[in-house]
Each structure stands twice: as C-alpha cells, then as structure tokens.
Design a binder for this molecule. Sequence first.
Ligand SMILES: [Zn+2]
Length: 199
Amino acid sequence: MSSNLNFTEEGFSNIVIRNEKNIVQLRTNAFDDDEALRWKEVFTARNSTTYNAARLYHGVRYRFHEKFICLHGDNRHKGVKKTYTGCSVKMDIKIKLITKNTIRIDKDVRTHPCIITIEGTHNHPAEAASALQELRIPTATTDTFFKYFDLGMTVPQAIRFHQEKLNFNLSDLANAAVNPKSRSVYYMREKWLKTIMEH
Ligand SMILES: [Zn+2]
C-alpha cells in the first residue's frame, strides 16, 4: 500500500509506526469518534479506497474501537453487488483512554491517543477515476468547492461555509448533490490539490 500519510493540511499529525506494502500503522491526534472517522475519510480519499464498518466494540478499555473492511471484501455485498472481490484489507481504529495509568505506560497517549492499523493488500484497482462520478456530484457543485479551496478554506470550513451560504431548507440539506457529504468534499479536495500541482 505504502501511503502518503502527511495529513497536516487536514489538521492531523500522524506519527507513522509502520508504512509497508502489507501494513500501515500509525497514531494520530484524534480524540473522539467524530475525529477518528474524519481521519478515515481523509485516508480513503487519499488512497481512493472505501471501507465499510464491520464491527463496533462497546467496552471500557478504549474510548472508541471500530473495525472496517474494504468495500470489496464486504461479503454482505456478495452476489448482491458486483463490488465483492474477496479483498482482505482491514482497518482497525482505536482511541485509547487518557488516564494516569495509560499515560504512565505510553506518554504519547496525551497527544496521539488514536491508533490505526490497516492490514492487507487490495486485490483490485483503486477507485480514483470514477470516485467522483459514483458519488454523483454535479460539476457546478465541484466548481463551487474549488472556489472555496482557492480562497484558502479547509474541508470542514468549506462545508460549514457552503451550508451557511445556501441557508438550506431541509430537502436541500438531505440532497447530496447540493450539499455533498464530507467524504465527497475530501475527494474534491484531492482533485483540487492535483489541479494546483499541475499548474
Ligand atoms: Zn480492497
């Protein structure tokens, strides 16, 4: 896999533990499930992969613990959708508790409590080319977001600004084409970054 794991732009400070073909392991400054899931969106946009929730753990050992599998390994889609390829890539996200005890064992838990492991090799190509199409975002919406990025907005800022500016009614808010999901906005951001680098 060997990924670009610099997420500074998105507000994450990743400490890479391993970045090999078969395993990526790192810790990051995500302190709750919202932040951890936002990290996952940045990672999936960067790598043009999609992960489905596989198991959410409810326990006292971790602040948050959830496992995900590659969309193409999700056998709930086997036979139903054509996406199933038997891919075995898994993602595990844990947020450690920040307590006297955990700090004593691991001082980085104060600043980087979230531990992420992605294991395996995809047995199918990435989804980059069609990702935006699949998400069905109209060009006009993409252009609007490109303008926000030109103005220097980050993804969360652009989403907030967009929602405030349009002063949506409820049906607009639920319409992903007008009010794209943050995952789509991260894809747009990746696309925007590429166009900048080309010019
Ligand atoms: Zn896969």
